[in-house]
Design a protein around this ligand. Structure first.
Ligand SMILES: N[C@@H](CCC(=O)N[C@@H](CS)C(=O)NCC(=O)O)C(=O)O
Length: 214
């Protein structure tokens, strides 16, 4: 049994969860309270970020390393032979250029989901420490421009998806799984956001959820 430590909105944790579902591996989810990370810190030896997994005494952190670890645990076609460079490069793109826009679109909505005032304030504070005072409100105000930027970034992906069910080749790969994690974060923040970027993204996410083994 694998334990996945996550925040329910975290794109990096959600993509690991999609991978677990597609590999059909048994797992349980530990939702880490945003304001109480004692268990996470104890398990990981001091880390305050999610995701982390615990499996047979092994602790793995960083979603990319977790992907590499999990992919060895069960026979699968998620990294097709000959497409290693392409699918890992797409995964890295989702975690960098794409995430940089999508988390800004999602952050105002994620902040609103916290029920504890301290957790909401802490979430905003952490963002402001990195991106400047008032950044989350600014991302709310400039949502339309951010959505337009996401549309530009995702245009090639959507063009491919208009011809195929998958981002790369004719089968599901880690490229789709990684993209889905990021889309699920946006959906968590506000279900109207994904269709505002493109209704086809909603369809992709549903298709991916329906095709999971778990
Ligand atoms: N490079 C890391 C990034 C993980 C990450 O940024 N996690 C965020 C949530 S999406 C986090 O835990 N942040 C700590 C915080 O907000 O306090 C990975 O791929 O796992």
């Amino acid at each position: 049994m694998i334990t996945l430590y996550r925040f329910p909105y975290s794109c990096y944790a959600l993509k690991v969860q999609f991978l677990l579902d597609h590999l059909g591996l048994p797992y349980k989810v530990r939702d880490v309270p945003f304001g109480d990370r004692d268990e996470l810190i104890e398990v990981t030896g001091g880390r305050v970020m999610v995701p982390a997994i615990l499996h047979e005494g092994n602790v793995v952190v960083e979603s990319r390393d977790i992907f590499q670890y999990l992919l060895t645990l069960s026979k699968n076609d998620l990294v097709p032979a000959g497409m290693e460079a392409a699918v890992w490069a797409y995964l890295d793109w989702t975690d960098s250029l794409l995430e940089d826009v999508l988390f800004r679109i999602a952050s105002p909505g994620i902040a609103e989901q916290f029920t504890k005032p301290t957790e909401k304030a802490l979430f905003i504070f952490i963002k402001e420490r990195k991106f400047g005072m008032g950044c989350v409100s600014e991302w709310q105000r400039t949502r339309k421009e951010l959505i337009d930027r996401a549309k530009v970034l995702l245009a090639p992906t959507l063009e491919t998806l208009s011809q195929s069910d998958y981002v790369m080749g004719n089968r599901l790969t880690i490229a789709d799984v990684s993209l889905a994690g990021h889309l699920a974060m946006v959906e968590y923040a506000d279900p109207t956001l994904l269709p505002a970027i493109s209704p086809d993204l909603q369809l992709l996410l549903s298709r991916l959820r329906n095709s999971a083994k778990g």
